[in-house]
Design a protein around this ligand. Structure first.
Ligand SMILES: *[C@@H]1O[C@H](CO)[C@@H](O)[C@H](O)[C@H]1NC(C)=O
Ligand SMILES: *[C@@H]1O[C@H](CO)[C@@H](O)[C@H](O)[C@H]1NC(C)=O
Ligand SMILES: *[C@@H]1O[C@H](CO)[C@@H](O)[C@H](O)[C@H]1NC(C)=O
Ligand SMILES: *[C@@H]1O[C@H](CO)[C@@H](O)[C@H](O)[C@H]1NC(C)=O
Ligand SMILES: *[C@@H]1O[C@H](CO)[C@@H](O)[C@H](O)[C@H]1NC(C)=O
Ligand SMILES: *[C@@H]1O[C@H](CO)[C@@H](O)[C@H](O)[C@H]1NC(C)=O
Ligand SMILES: *[C@@H]1O[C@H](CO)[C@@H](O)[C@H](O)[C@H]1NC(C)=O
Ligand SMILES: *[C@@H]1O[C@H](CO)[C@@H](O)[C@H](O)[C@H]1NC(C)=O
Ligand SMILES: *[C@@H]1O[C@H](CO)[C@@H](O)[C@H](O)[C@H]1NC(C)=O
Ligand SMILES: *[C@@H]1O[C@H](CO)[C@@H](O)[C@H](O)[C@H]1NC(C)=O
Length: 884
């Protein structure tokens, strides 16, 4: 989502408006001629219609379905359309707002960012990023963070919180928004998704799994955003079916199984069909195979078609206008017309309304909602309610403090997500005589922590990336402030140089006797609409920002006890200096949120014994990752083509396949104690054989009042007479004229379904269930979750201090196309005392041991010998055994 719309020339091609899945012949891919290829060779997305309707018997959805049915059955067509269409950018207080149903007392729903807090508000908390939370490898903390964020959102009047993130997954380490999500490992991300979703929704707010799918970089995600090149169509992520299932879709499966109420489709295309109108993606994969019962909303301006998107599976148009503030919509009046003229089947609009209301009722007992008590568009107390129109001046911000005691949780997550990458004796600190803190990243932004819109700059300590995935800091504890406070308590001498460029003063300081030098460095990234120091969302390099490497090299050449702290949005290159004997410890503190300094002090002094694990690989060079961001479009005559040719081999799977040495491997992280692993045991269970799902759906149901379907000329769809007052550029469901051509404003109005929709798009009869889908079971075939093995191992604390340990279960599936190992389980065992032994236990499901068979269209446990490993990281696999 974007805050600003800088370039006013977004091209909406008529082709993409009228075809959901473009039918192009696939003539095979030309790998030799990557940079100049013709349209004929483009990857292709097969059509899949009709769009699946809700299943009244879906597990965990029946109550919600019943309530939605009762409500939707009372609605008129205009009211249903109101639920599906946003009222336009900045037309109401939230970043996205649906129309309302005043007749029945439902106010417009408030959809709002972000995955780590409440964007652009006040008296809210700023939580650690998803990526930092992933580094805790702690399910309970993931859940509690989701719950706390959900409660804060609820306290502001938000109904749908726009997170968590599994796309980007993290294919490329330089990609701008990886930090919003969890990890390039799909299992870790899947757990992060599920726990966060349960937390948010238990607090009474609908969660949103985003962005579906393959939106792995910021460059070229939208035509119309300035990347230094003009592109006519957004980038296409070309992903084969096996890679889709085994990697990118995996965490979305967990999201659906966790009951997520909404999914956001992405800006980018998949196989040259826009994600928000890609019927294979939305109808086949998400709603049919995964049995998703909630609603799909478009990313902000990611909708490129009206009718075609509706039949391809889109349920909600956000923010409602075609391009921000145009006052016109692909839906709104157009959707009213499309239902009336029969190009969108009646059951489809009913299903959209059902999905939206069922997701809503899944987390709300009834339709009575407190008003939204903040406005995203201003921090002033008074202002226009309808910001775009400058209309309705009143109190819009009530400054409700929703933070509760979440600072404690934030501090705990950030401390437990801090990864001790190296320690040759520098840590923990014990009343050191003299601390010298060095670097811009230790101090404050001189203009204040919220001075740059959506955190779009890099000044002072880095505690959040930039873009829509942000929140305002209620305060930001800098490392400098927290370390100084601790130093004073201990009687430690304390000085800091809060810049990367005062080398002489730094040398004078850190070369003094008894110095413990702590150098703070960072690397930032964010969303594509903001450019920071030439980084257009995606990082332009993997090195530290602003002289960071030289600073470390210099300080460590002057001080034999140099500790490095890195705040970053992903891996950086440590190659030149990590091995220096003078660097006695290296910590990755991720993006810790508001309690940054406090959580770091907890780890540095051993109040929290570190057990964070790196959720990605630290390679020695940028090239060693195998894939990289595409910075230059590679297709002269259309969408840049990003072929995911590496398949499932990203991050550690790629390094392992190439047998490349790494600096720090996925899953690595040290403690102030040591643990011994022993006694691996495997218990085999007699699971039922896998049963492919068979059978059919019901025919498509319809709900609600009997409108004059088939007749567009009725006056009952016109704007209400005065005193109804139209707000400028506001999107309504009403028609301007009884002449549909006039009402639609579309010069091509009048095209029939046969003329522009793929065959089957309007079918309403019973449809066959897919074998990999679940019978009334969202998330896929329940047989995939049968437990086939239980694995246990003993973990013994061999040191003298208590600590947490994160044993990791890896599996080798054994096939020639399989990664060496894949993560399949983990646990954070808390507070194991000195000498104490704790049992680690993990279950292996059928899904964990399967590969996706694209021909069969199902998961299959292959015949190759499978090995399990329990270890401390992806490359420290202390225990192993073959699966019986
Ligand atoms: C994309 O194309 C590949 C190769 O033909 C195919 O395996 C995959 O299912 C397609 N995915 C989508 C979403 O169209
Ligand atoms: C649609 O929503 C708008 C904005 O909330 C509201 O003014 C209008 O009355 C609603 N229309 C209907 C038919 O409920
Ligand atoms: C992109 O298009 C805009 C508007 O047509 C034009 O002003 C600009 O020079 C073009 N930029 C490039 C790099 O071609
Ligand atoms: C209907 O959609 C078309 C694009 O398909 C757009 O040009 C037109 O302005 C829309 N009409 C309204 C009333 O929003
Ligand atoms: C039906 O309405 C939609 C939305 O305005 C329009 O695109 C389409 O051309 C119309 N078709 C017919 C047959 O009227
Ligand atoms: C803030 O950081 C930007 C780079 O993001 C830099 O260009 C600018 O000089 C910095 N401003 C201050 C006041 O430090
Ligand atoms: C401090 O430095 C002096 C001079 O190098 C040394 O004699 C002394 O042992 C050091 N003290 C500590 C606590 O490191
Ligand atoms: C990498 O990018 C950062 C941020 O723009 C910049 O500060 C740094 O100097 C760059 N590194 C190199 C080696 O150019
Ligand atoms: C380590 O620090 C000492 C100063 O304490 C310096 O003399 C030495 O050259 C440094 N060694 C390295 C490898 O930088
Ligand atoms: C509808 O008519 C009103 C009043 O004539 C005009 O201001 C508005 O722009 C029209 N809107 C659309 C979507 O046609």
């Amino acid at each position: 989502m974007r805050a600003l719309y800088a370039a006013g020339w977004l091209l909406i091609s008529t082709v993409s408006m009228t075809t959901a899945n473009r039918h192009r012949q696939v003539i095979g891919r030309n790998h030799l001629n990557h940079h100049h290829r013709s349209q004929r060779e483009l990857a292709y997305s097969p059509p899949s219609y009709p769009s699946p309707w809700m299943d009244p018997k879906a597990a965990e959805w029946q109550n919600a379905y019943a309530k939605a049915k009762a409500f939707v059955s009372k609605l008129t067509l205009l009211e249903k359309v109101n639920l599906t269409t946003g009222v336009g950018w900045a037309s109401e207080q939230c970043v996205g707002n649906t129309g309302s149903v005043p007749r029945l007392g439902l106010r417009g729903l408030c959809l709002h960012d972000s995955p780590l807090g409440i964007r652009g508000s006040d008296y809210n908390s700023a939580f650690p990023s998803g990526q930092t939370t992933a580094a805790t490898f702690d399910r309970i903390l993931m859940y509690r963070r989701g719950y706390a964020m959900g409660k804060e959102a609820k306290g502001k009047g938000i109904n749908v919180l726009l997170g968590p993130v599994a796309g980007p997954l993290g294919r490329m380490p330089a990609a701008g928004r990886n930090w919003e999500g969890f990890s390039p490992d799909p299992v870790l991300t899947g757990v992060g998704m599920a726990e966060t979703i349960k937390g948010i929704q238990d607090a009474g707010v609908v969660a949103c799994a985003k962005h579906l799918i393959g939106n792995e970089q910021e460059h070229f995600r939208q035509a119309g955003e300035d990347y230094g090149f003009n592109i006519t169509e957004a980038l296409s992520s070309n992903i084969d079916d096996k890679t889709m299932h085994e990697l990118y879709l995996w965490p979305f499966v967990d999201a659906v199984r966790a009951g997520v109420g909404s999914v956001m489709c992405a800006y980018t295309q998949v196989n040259n069909s826009y994600s928000c109108q890609n019927s294979y993606l939305l109808n086949y994969l998400l709603k049919n195979e995964l049995g998703f019962q909630g609603f799909v909303m478009s990313d902000w301006q990611a909708q490129h078609a009206g009718v075609s998107a509706a039949v391809a599976g889109l349920d909600m148009s956000m923010p409602g206008d075609t391009t921000f503030n145009t006052g016109v919509s692909f839906w709104g009046a157009n959707l009213t017309l499309a239902v009336l003229n029969g190009t969108v089947p009646r059951y489809r609009i009913d299903d959209m309304a059902m999905r939206i209301m069922a997701a809503f009722f899944k987390v709300h007992p009834d339709i009575h909602l407190d008003p939204v008590n903040f406005s995203f568009w201003t921090r002033q107390t008074y202002g226009p309610l309808h910001w775009r129109a400058g209309d309705g001046y009143q109190q819009v911000n009530f400054h409700v403090d929703v933070r509760e005691d979440h600072h404690l949780l934030i501090r705990e997550i950030a401390a437990k997500g801090t990864v001790l990458l190296k320690n040759t004796g520098g840590l923990p600190l014990k009343k050191p005589k003299f601390i010298a803190v060095i670097g811009d990243d230790a101090g404050p932004n001189p203009n204040g922590p919220n001075s740059c819109d959506d955190r779009g700059c890099n000044n002072g300590t880095l505690a959040m990336g930039w873009g829509s995935g942000t929140a305002n800091f209620p305060y930001l504890i800098t490392p400098d402030a927290a370390l100084q406070a601790r130093a004073l308590r201990d009687g430690t001498r304390y000085e800091s140089v809060l810049t990367n460029y005062a080398l002489e003063k730094t040398e004078t300081l850190v070369s003094q006797a008894n110095a413990t030098a702590i150098v703070f460095v960072n690397a930032n990234s964010g969303e594509g609409y903001t450019r920071v120091d030439g980084n257009m969302g995606d990082r332009k390099n993997l090195t530290l920002w602003g002289n960071g490497d030289d600073l470390i090299k210099n300080v460590s050449s002057w001080c034999s006890n140099t500790i490095v702290v890195i705040h970053s949005t992903g891996p950086v290159l440590l190659t030149d200096w990590y091995n220096s004997p003078n660097i006695t410890a290296i910590l990755w503190a991720g993006l810790p949120g508001q309690e940054s300094g406090n959580s770091l002090v907890d780890v540095l002094y051993g109040d929290v014994n570190p057990a964070g694990r790196t959720p990605f690989t630290w390679g020695a060079t940028r090239e060693s990752y195998g894939v990289d961001v595409m910075y230059k479009p590679n297709n002269d005559d259309g969408a840049p083509q990003q072929d995911f040719d590496e398949g499932v081999f990203i991050d550690y799977r790629y390094f392992d396949r190439e047998d490349t040495p790494v600096i720090y491997e996925f899953g690595h992280g040290l403690s102030y104690t040591t643990f011994n692993y022993s006694n691996l045991k495997i218990e085999k269970h007699n699971a039922e054989p896998y049963k492919p799902t068979t059978g059919k759906t019901t025919p498509a149901p319809t709900f609600g009042q009997d409108d004059a379907y088939g007749y567009t000329g009725s006056e009952k769809y016109l704007f209400p007479p005065s005193p109804f007052r139209r707000i400028t550029d506001y999107i309504y469901p009403y028609l301007n004229s009884t002449d549909p051509h006039e009402a639609s404003l579309d010069p091509h109005y009048g095209q029939t379904a046969e003329q522009f929709l793929p065959p089957g798009a309007l079918r309403a009869d019973e449809q066959p269930l897919l074998r990999a889908s679940g019978q009334h079971q969202p998330g896929g075939n329940p047989g995939l979750w049968d437990v086939l093995y239980t694995i246990t191992a003993d973990i013994t604390n061999m040191g003298s201090v208590t600590g947490d340990e994160v044993p990791q279960l890896y599996v080798s599936l054994g096939g020639p196309q399989d990664p060496k190992v894949v993560l399949r389980g983990f646990d954070r065992l808390r507070e194991i005392g000195p000498g104490e032994t704790r049992q680690f236990m993990a279950r292996l499901t059928r899904r964990d041991l399967s590969n996706w068979d694209p021909v069969l269209q199902d998961w299959v446990v292959g015949g190759h010998k499978k090995t399990v490993f329990v270890g401390k990281s992806s490359r420290k696999l202390e225990l192993s055994a073959e699966l019986p």
